[in-house]
Design a binder for this molecule. Structure first.
Ligand SMILES: [Zn+2]
Length: 248
C-alpha cells in the first residue's frame, strides 16, 4: 500500500504537473477511439503496451478477456459495450488475449474450479466454446502449447460473442465498426494480430501507421490456425516477430 500512496504523490508531482492542458480538456468529456477488451492479468497493461495516454482507450477487463454472449449474463460487459458504441461512437474494438493466461489454464481444470472457485467456474462457461473447440480440434496439443492455442482461439470465440450484441451487429453491418483480435506476449512485449484471410496471427498491419510503411504483413512462421495434429510449436508464434514493437 505504501508503494501505491507514494505513486499517487509521484503522479501528481510529475504527470499531472506536466499534463495540465490534457487533463483540463478531458474534464469536459472523453473521446476515446478504441474499446480495448483484455484480461485482468496484472502483466497486461493496455495503455502501456499501446503507448496511449489517458483518455485514449475505453477498457473492459476481466478474467480471460471474455464477453458473455448477448443476454447470457448480467455483468457490466454488455452495458459497457453498448455505451462505448452508442454513447461514445467508438468504431474500433480490440479483443486482446495474452500468453500464460490463468483463465485459459482454468479451462483445463474446470472440475477443480467448481468446488474451489464456483464464481470463476461460472464465468468460464462463457469460454466453453473455446475449451470444446480446442479439445476437439487439437487433440495432440499439450502443456504450454495447449494454453497458447486456447488463448488464440479464445480471442476468436470472444469476437464471435461480441457479434451477438445488437449494437455491434448493426454497426458492423453499416460498416461503422471494426473488430481486431490481438495476442500479447508477456515475455517479449510483442503483439500479434489476427488476420482472417490467412486464418493466422501475424504481425500487426504497419500500413495503419502513417510514418511507418507496410513492411512485412506475413503470417508468422509456424502459427497457422488450425494447426495440424503434428503439433507445431505454437510458442514460436511470438518468437519470430522481432521486427514488431507496439511503441513503433
Ligand atoms: Zn489472462
Amino acid at each position: 500500500m505504501k508503494k501505491l500512496i507514494r505513486g499517487l504523490d509521484k503522479f501528481k508531482q510529475s504527470y499531472v504537473a506536466s499534463h495540465h492542458d490534457l487533463l483540463e480538456q478531458l474534464s469536459h468529456g472523453q473521446k476515446p477511439r478504441v474499446l480495448f477488451i483484455c484480461c485482468s492479468d496484472s502483466r497486461v497493461d493496455p495503455a502501456l503496451i499501446t503507448q496511449t495516454d489517458i483518455g485514449e482507450l475505453f477498457v473492459i477487463r476481466n478474467a480471460g478477456n471474455i464477453i458473455p454472449p448477448y443476454g447470457a449474463a448480467n455483468g457490466g460487459e454488455g452495458g459497457t459495450i453498448e455505451y462505448a458504441l452508442e454513447g461514445l461512437d467508438i468504431r474500433q474494438i480490440i479483443v486482446c488475449g495474452h500468453s500464460h493466461c490463468g483463465a485459459m489454464k482454468g479451462l483445463l481444470k474446470l472440475n477443480k474450479l467448481q468446488s474451489k472457485m464456483p464464481l470463476v467456474y461460472d464465468w468460464l462457461k462463457h469460454a466453453e466454446s473455446t475449451r470444446r473447440l480446442v479439445h476437439d480440434t487439437y487433440p495432440h496439443c499439450q502443456g504450454e502449447e495447449l494454453v497458447e492455442t486456447l488463448v488464440a482461439e479464445n480471442v476468436l470465440v470472444q469476437i464471435d460473442n461480441l457479434q451477438t450484441y445488437p449494437v455491434v451487429r448493426s454497426r458492423l453491418h453499416q460498416g461503422k465498426l471494426k473488430i481486431y483480435g490481438w495476442i500479447y506476449n508477456i515475455e517479449n512485449g510483442e503483439v500479434l494480430a489476427y488476420d482472417d484471410t490467412k486464418h493466422a496471427y501475424v504481425q500487426p498491419d504497419y500500413s495503419l501507421i502513417d510514418e511507418t510503411p507496410l513492411k512485412d504483413h506475413e503470417a508468422v512462421e509456424g502459427c497457422p490456425l488450425p494447426i495440424t495434429a503434428s503439433s507445431q510449436g505454437l510458442s514460436s508464434w511470438y518468437g519470430n516477430s522481432d521486427t514488431f514493437s507496439v511503441s513503433g
